[in-house]
Design a protein. Structure first.
Length: 255
């Protein structure tokens, strides 16, 4: 059994066939799907999916760094209100992004600090986006570090040293479609990572794994990612599933 720790299956790309997507995921051995929020515009659709598939799809609450603009504080009020209203498996998707637009970099950092505070207050993990900004995000984590702060660096594409730092900080790394890319470079990194800090994800509908690259991604394709990681580590795919599922459950569903 596998856990997809990061899937945006509430987006428009799945509006026509979500039931089939969920059915394929179940048939592929996916036992849970975690839903990272993006901003105030995605909350209703995300919660609708969670309600439709209870005890299978689990919502997070957060503000994505690419949605951080001048009004980010107003958006964070909405995040904070939801976190006080009901339980979520994590504060996410939060973080930093230096790939798309650096205009609101200072606001991104402040939004990240504030949302880490939400996670500490509610004693739940953070799910971190850090495209082209791993080192900067590690620095921010060190700034706000608390014994209760934990989480996952989603879509990990870092080097061995960055992976060791993340693990030493008590955080996990999410391995997804990039792990299967021929020129992704992770085949040399993954064997050096702490296996107790690895979880799996699809980032659906993005980053579909090889040989499905370029097509819409979905949770059932997590099997392709697990298979490729088993080849990289030279261990049975069942062992990859057992280790990463335990890691995910310990991180997101511990009492």
């Amino acid at each position: 059994m596998l856990v997809d720790t990061h899937a945006h299956i509430f987006l428009e790309e799945f509006s026509e066939d979500i039931d089939e997507v969920i059915q394929r995921a179940m048939e592929a051995g996916i036992e849970k799907i975690l839903l990272p929020n993006i901003d105030r515009n995605t909350i209703d659709d995300m919660l609708r999916i969670e309600q439709k598939y209870p005890n299978y799809c689990y919502a997070m609450m957060g503000l994505h760094p690419c949605s951080v603009e001048r009004d980010f504080e107003k958006q964070l009020y909405i995040v904070e209100e939801w976190l006080s209203r009901r339980s979520f498996v994590a504060v996410g998707e939060i973080g930093t992004d230096l790939y798309w637009d650096k205009t609101y970099w200072e606001q991104q950092k402040e939004a990240f600090r504030i949302q880490c505070g939400f996670a500490i207050e509610h004693n739940i993990p953070v799910v971190i986006h850090c495209r082209e900004s791993i080192d900067e995000t590690i620095h921010l984590i060190r700034e706000v570090m608390d014994k209760n702060l934990r989480g996952v660096f989603h879509c990990f594409t870092g080097n061995v040293n960055q992976g060791k730092i993340i693990a030493n900080l008590g955080f996990h790394m999410g391995l997804g479609g990039v792990s299967t890319f021929k020129n992704g470079g992770l085949d040399m990194v993954i064997p050096e990572l702490d296996r107790s800090r690895l979880v799996l994800e699809t980032d659906s509908p993005y980053l579909s794994p090889a040989p499905e690259r370029g097509k819409r991604n979905e949770p059932s394709k997590l099997k392709l990612i697990a298979t490729r990681i088993s080849e990289i580590l030279d261990i049975p795919v069942e062992e990859v599933a057992a280790v990463t599922t335990k890691n995910a459950n310990d991180l997101f569903f511990r009492s």
